[in-house]
Design a protein around this ligand. Sequence first.
Ligand code: HEC
Length: 143
Amino acid sequence: MKQLLLTVLSCTVLLSPAFAADPVTQRQEIFKQYKQTVGTMAKTVKGETPYSKDEFAKLAAHLDALAQQPWQHFPAGSDQGKTGARAEIWSKPQDWKAAIDRHKTETAKLKQTAAGGDLAAIKAQFGATQKTCKACHDNFRND
Ligand code: HEC
């Protein structure tokens, strides 16, 4: 039993730095989910797929949950290698934080609007949310 515990412990110790060392992959994985979620919502907003209140509300709630996640994976110095992250993220931390806050505010509103089920209001709020993606990418991401 003691042996097993030791094995488990040493595996944990060995594995965790490997995960922690790759914040770029972690945040990119989250942004990929963003893309998928927003893409599915966009089809409904454009009228390409029928609107279902429950489905859309679920997607909006998922997006709101995603909006809490990428930002912890931007430790200083992680603008090296295969990343679209610009140095401004770390040289303009207040602007970066403001961009995150605006984004979180709009996704929270979208979740609320989607739960209400008023499609016209949802479309407007979806546009407002997407603007916060673009605004941040324009300033903090290389294409
Ligand atoms: C506060 C800033 C910010 C906001 C808001 C933001 N992004 Fe990003 N996004 C980034 C940064 C920075 C990267 C580059 C990450 C990297 O490559 O390390 C990125 C990368 C991406 C990527 C590329 C991921 C990959 O595979 O490399 C996609 C797709 C994406 N974002 C979609 C979105 C969508 C959709 C939204 C809005 C719902 C959004 N982002 C909101 C900053 C933001």
